[in-house]
Structures are given as C-alpha cells and as structure tokens.
Write a protein that binds this ligand. Structure first.
Ligand code: PMP
Length: 428
C-alpha cells in the first residue's frame, strides 16, 4: 500500500498543528511511520487519501458502534443542520435524548450533556467533591479519564504511549488530591481509605479498563469497591466513556450488576459527534447549578446537531438489544481466530476481552493492571501494527489501547482480518 498523499498531508499539517495532529495518539509516534489521513468512511471501512481501503478496528476510538456514516445518524444531522446549528437555549431534543438515556441506564434519574469525555469526568469529580465536601479522589494507574489536570497522574492511553503519564503543567497542588491505586488490587484501595480517613470524595474507575489495552475487572472487584465506598461515605464513579452503550444497553452497571453513584459517558452517546455526559440519582445531580451550588456549564452543551446524532444512535441501540450479543459473538470469533494464528506462529501473547473490547499484549503473563500491561513487547507490537496496516487492517497505533468492534463488520471482514493476522504473525 502506498501512503504518499498521507505523508505529504502530514508534512503540511506538522507546520501548523503541533505534531500534525489534534490528539497525540493519532500521530503514530509509538509505532513509527506516517499517520493515515482519512478521506471518508462507510460501514466497517476507512478510505484514505491514497485510495486504500482499511478494515477499521478503531472506529473513532469507540463511537461508531454501528459502523461509519450510519444512515439514520447522518440523515438526522443533515435535517437538524437545516434548522440552525446552535441556539444557546433549551431544545425539546435535549429532553428527548435525556429521557431515553435515563430509561436505558440503571440507577440514574438525571443526565447532563457536555462536549467530551474529558468534560464529563472532570465535572463528575467536581460534583462528587461538592456533594461529599471532600477533596481527594482515588484513580487507578493506567486508567484514562480525559486530559483534565486531576487525571494526568499515571494516566493511560496517549499519555502513557508518549511517556508522559504525569504531564508537566499539572500543579503539585492538584496532583496531591489524586490518590493512585493499582487496578484489581482491593487491599490497595482499602489502605488508601485507611490512610485518608474522611477525606476521599470518590473512586473513579473504568469498569472495564480500555486505556492500557483491555483489562477486565477481577471477579467481585467492582462490587467490593461499591462496598468500600459505602463504608467510607465516598461516591463510586464509573467512567463509562468506553463501556457505556457498548458492553450492554445499560453499560457496565448492568453487565456487572453493580450500582455507581455517578456515571460518565462519551463516544457512543454522541453517535460520532462531540458529546459527553454525566448522570446520577436526583440527590446528587440536583447539586448542580442552577439548582445546586456546583457550577458546570457549556456554550455548545446539548448542541442540536450533536443531540440529533446521539438520539438516533441511542434509539438504534435501544430498539435492538441483540446488537450487544451480536457484537460479543463477532468479537469472540475474532479472538478465537487471533489465538489460533498467533499460537500457530509460536508467538508469546495474552489476549484480554470483555464483550466487544479486546486487545493483544505480546507477553505471556496475565495482564491485570498497568504494570503487567507495560510488560508487553512493543517491538513486536509495532511490527504487528504495520504488518496489519499493509494488509488493509487498521488497529490502534499503540499497545495501550483496546480495539473497538463495530456491528458493521461482517464475518467475511473478520475472516479477512484473521487471514491478515496469519500472514503477519508468520513474519514476526
Ligand atoms: N474516559 C475514558 C474511559 C476514555 O477512554 C476517554 C477517551 N479515550 C475519555 C475519558 C476522554 O474522552 P474525550 O477524549 O472525549 O475527552
């Protein structure tokens, strides 16, 4: 495959955009080479500026759960755009999507829409602090909750890919209120509560981690966190930016049967437009301005184009619950295929999967937390990534990311991918 035009576009972009990209992980820095510039996408495929077709396993990092250019979403956006793109007033559309989201997700009475997952998590933490009148939070190493200051402490995703899990620019004053725990280590969490009695406002967690590769919670871990929070008067925040409307209609709360106090959303909830949201029961959500004292706002929050896209996406997911089992089956099929090919090629690997989130680590040991995720062989990953790209399969350009499976993938696409993996694995 040729990437001449992408290379040229990247060189031009680098002159006027830092690193040529508007979000670091897109730059291919950890795998090397030139990022692909995409011209258009449909269903399971991306079409780049050089005319290559790529089977897409990133899917805009999660939102395109039903495939690219999903027609009901596209049509809704076109129709809304004709009527005006932003008013800065309430619209009936916002209530419609809020009602639908509240009906789909357990344990939430109210939801507020923002413009990104970062904003959702940042606001959720402020709300938890305001509500509990405490300042500290517990976050897990390797989890990523967006790029707001409190979260760039041992953060996953692009932050760790670029070797800056603790970003310069985050003040020590902010950092001291973020307590770090090890994913899947309950005793560690209990010790933090013990050492910071009555000071911890909330635990924030990705209920299935997707930003250090995919790492599912150990059996009973989420339930135990619920109990620790209850015993200590702290709130449990589920960051469902990746898992929400993906692992089940009601997200990880439904899948694991564990109640969170605040849930954050992004990605799928906006159908590919810039949307995030946070939600909870009345007593917590009523702490927000204008009814309560915790301030949070946004000029474009609840934007009509974004709400129209999100509404169509949620309607589609709400009307066909089989989508989630279909996604699970497709991902399980892919997992089986990858295992067969990597085993035949005598490679050392670990595959983690939960529902339609899956990742391949090139290490033999179980990957259960940030430390074990970091043991993966990045040189092998780089070759794997570039080999697949050459075969027309596009996975995330970092070992610290999950793959996102879309319902638009057919079994032919999956077989095409498994065959590509067979070819690439032989050369690793
Ligand atoms: N939380 C999680 C779990 C995420 O995966 C991400 C983004 N990958 C975010 C928060 C931040 O969302 P955004 O990039 O929309 O700000």
């Amino acid at each position: 495959m040729l990437y001449q035009r992408s290379s040229q576009l990247f060189a031009e972009a680098e002159k006027v955009i830092p690193g040529g990209v508007n979000s670091p992980v897109r730059a291919f820095k950890s795998v090397g080479g030139t990022p692909i510039f995409v011209k258009e996408a449909k269903g399971a495929y991306l079409y780049d500026e050089d005319g290559n077709r790529l089977v897409d396993y990133i899917n805009s990092w999660g939102p395109m759960i039903l495939g690219h250019a999903y027609e009901p979403v596209v049509n809704a956006v076109i129709e809304r755009a004709k009527k005006g793109t932003s008013f800065g007033t309430p619209t009936a559309l916002e209530t419609e999507i809020a009602e639908l989201a509240v009906s789909m997700v357990p344990n939430i009475d109210k939801i507020r829409f923002v413009n990104s997952g970062t904003e959702a998590c940042m606001s959720a933490v402020r709300l938890a602090r305001g509500y509990t009148k405490r300042e500290k939070i517990i976050k897990f190493a390797g989890c990523y909750h967006g790029h707001s200051d409190s979260f760039l402490i041992q953060a996953g995703s692009g932050a760790v890919t670029f070797g800056s899990p603790n970003s310069p620019g985050v003040t020590q004053g902010t950092a001291k209120d973020t307590l770090l725990a090890t994913y899947n280590d309950l005793q560690n969490v209990k010790d933090l509560f013990e050492a910071n009695k009555d000071e911890i406002a909330a635990i924030i967690i990705e209920p299935v981690a997707g930003n250090m590769g995919c790492i599912p919670p150990a059996e009973g871990f989420l339930q135990a966190l619920r109990e620790v929070c209850d015993a200590n008067g702290a709130l449990l925040i589920f960051d469902e930016v990746m898992t929400g409307f993906r692992l089940a209609k009601g997200g990880a709360q439904q899948l694991f049967g564990v109640r969170a106090d605040i849930v954050t959303f992004g990605k799928v909830i906006g159908g590919g437009l810039p949307v995030g949201a946070f939600a909870g029961r009345n007593e917590i959500m009523n702490y927000l301005a204008p009814v309560g004292p915790v301030y949070q706002a946004g000029t474009l929050s609840g934007n009509p184009l974004a709400m129209a896209a999100g509404l169509e996406m949620l309607k589609a997911l709400n009307s066909d619950e089989a989508i989630f089992s279909r996604l699970e089956e497709k991902t399980a099929y892919l997992e089986k295929g990858i295992r067969e090919k990597l085993t035949t090629a005598n490679l050392t690997y670990t595959i983690n999967r939960r529902g339609s989130m899956i990742s391949v680590h090139f290490d033999a040991n179980p990957v259960t937390d940030f430390k074990t995720a970091a043991n993966g062989d990045n040189e092998t990953f780089k070759k794997f990534f570039h080999g697949l790209l050459k075969e027309g399969v596009y996975i995330a350009p970092s070992a610290y990311e999950t793959w996102f499976i879309t319902d638009a993938l057919t079994y032919d696409d999956l077989d095409f991918t498994i065959n590509a993996i067979e070819k690439v694995a032989k050369e690793l």
